[in-house]
Design a protein around this ligand. Sequence first.
Ligand code: MET
Ligand code: ZN
Length: 801
Amino acid sequence: MTTVPFPAATITGYPRIGRRRELKKALEAYWAGRSTREELESAAADLQLATYRRLVELGLGAQDSSLPAAFPLYDQVLDTTVALGAVPSRFADLADAEGRLDLDASFVLARGDAGRAPLELTKWFDTNYHYLVPEIGPRTPFRATADRLVADVRRAAAHGFTVRPVLVGPASFLLLAKADDDAPAGFDPLQRLPELLPVYAELLQELAAAGADWVQLEEPALVADQHVPAEQLASAVWDAYTALTAVAGRPQLFVTTSYGSPGPLLHPLACSGVEALHLDLVKGATPAPEELEFFRGEDSAVLVAGAVDGHNVWRADLAGGLDRLAELARGGAQVSVASSTSLFHVPHDVAEETRLDPQLRSWLAFADQKVGEIVTLARGLAAGAEAVAGQLAEAAEARRTRQDAAGVRDAAVRERAGSLTAADIERADAAVRRAAQEGRSFTASGPLPPLPTTTTGSFPQTAEVRAARARHRAGALTDAEYDAFLREEIERVVRLQEELGLDVLVHGEAERNDMVQYFAEHLDGFATTVHGWVQSYGSRCTRPSILWGDVSRQGEGLRGEAFTVPWIRHAQSLTDRPVKGMLTGPVTILAWSFVRDDQPLGETANQVALALRDEVADLEAAGIGIIQVDEPALRELLPLRRADQPAYLGWSVDAFRLATSGVRDETQIHTHLCYSEFGEVVGAIDGLDADVTSIEAARSRMEVLTDLEAAGFSRGIGPGVWDIHSPRVPSQEEIEQLLERALEHVPARTLWVNPDCGLKTRGYEETKASLEHLVAAARTARERVAQPAGRPLIVQHGTRG
Ligand code: MET
Ligand SMILES: [Zn+2]
């Protein structure tokens, strides 16, 4: 084994999509058949080399293994699946004679093909990135497939860079996997750990032979509570890493643990013989003095301190960070400096954001600035604070101006948020509300029929809608022209819904580019970027807004001005049927933005909730009787450790209630959560106290209703009956069956009929056909439940049954 020291400064990963989303464009051109595989490969290789050059320019070493070679074309977990040859049984035909998947085959795993659904996408820890879930069974083959990793190392070397290949580590790989379809009940992928280790060993040897001095194994799953007890995990980790460190001819091993603390697993990780161990000092704890013991002494692992936040956009407190690092070094550890997580959660470069307020810009650090901070900290650690005095002072000055800047703290907003009482998050008893709502004529068209039909909000965002928005942004459409365009679009969508016979209509959300960014653009305290794209999954990117100051609606006074009301009022003016008001909830706004780091999230959530409460009140005053507040990200921010979850669920549920509790009993509050694994959050969903909740359920064929029933959920529920994630049109019969299943668990008086999620990404053709079937199926189901033998129904029949 070579013994090249671990670099003093490094990052655990960097944005891979490209400063101008070059990778996205190259991938999508290839998938659309507009470019060849060679063109895709060469675009990807160019990006790798451009990244290395940039990182060296920013101060990382070209030849000291500080450059991570982490360039998945689609997803890092997929790349590890491919490198391990862990081909799921349903994709077995794609493997070549040696059992390997080539690039095209890996895209089939990622995107599916005519006869096969892709691997499941699931969120990556508490972030908005989604990875492809490996499918492992008792017989899933494992076979080292190092060619792409080796090619990356060689290509870099040919240009003068000694890079550090990156793989998901063996424990995390199996913990992130799910049981293959063929696996017997009770099978746990973790059982395959012993068989996986020789494959890792082979990959490591091939990488060492190709010239890699260090290899990075990512073990983020070890910072989350798992389905197996910690002691069992500790011995699995110990066995795995003592086995890998015993491999002859291997590179040195660097294990990372981003997104939290490894807790009891720190000991087996640090003492297994790996040469360097990364700790997330932002989300996780600084090691206690007795834990520092593991890093003392000649042969101990280097402590790679993840001191710079890879998951948020604020400039670091460099002086404070340097003190903490020096303390660790004084404790006897050999310390290197790194990011807390891969930098792919943040955009490339603040310098690109020339339209951002310069003061706000001076407070921010995107990936390139963060590399600079890491390099500064490493120099300070090696040469003393004086050596970097200029940078420390500059960082301190930015933090000081941020603290005192206008808008960061708004006395009136704070006073309002500070004087909230329990009454502000309470509505009347759900049964009282239901009685008030059932007796109500929501509009001139009379009360709602049983099993009312509705959608979750957005209608197809056609090329025309997107073009009009782009032209308005570019100044080619005046405000008045754009406004007129949107009003016509709303009218079209309303007429369509009337023709289809839907009961509760929506305005269609054509004015919203994105369900969070639109709100950020209308609230004080937020800024939006031009190039701030981050990968969400595959080639898909989002551009999170930056929540930097105290939040209230824009406009005069503390309450500011309503911004969704004009659109929804316009829609309501066109029809006798009720139009549902549509808002994005406080937790989702936080989850999909970069949030301020200078106060607890719960406080920020309450400010956003108060602004939404104002909007809800204005909708109600405008005669809107049904208001939906979407919280699709409620589960996303759930802490990785069970012990931390109750506190999170407490403030997040309260924020939703704060936004929605200011209305009269007869105003019906809906919420929408677009997923179906409720497990840990089922109690919270009840706690939201919404009158009606729509959820995803079509793919799982209403399975989720069993959980809700078991939890005693008795409010209105709209389990999705149309899986909107593909262009497939569900038949009327199929929807009838789903509704029949739903009625086995849910009384007719609380059941709603709706799709799984918004229709934004769908085309009109499939939307019309699917909604026709949905309405027809609801009518059939309605007739069935109206039979005298059926359940008692208080609700009168609508006129359009
Ligand atoms: C990701 S949840 C989407 C909810 C939103 N109201 C829509 O229908 O588009
Ligand atoms: Zn949704």
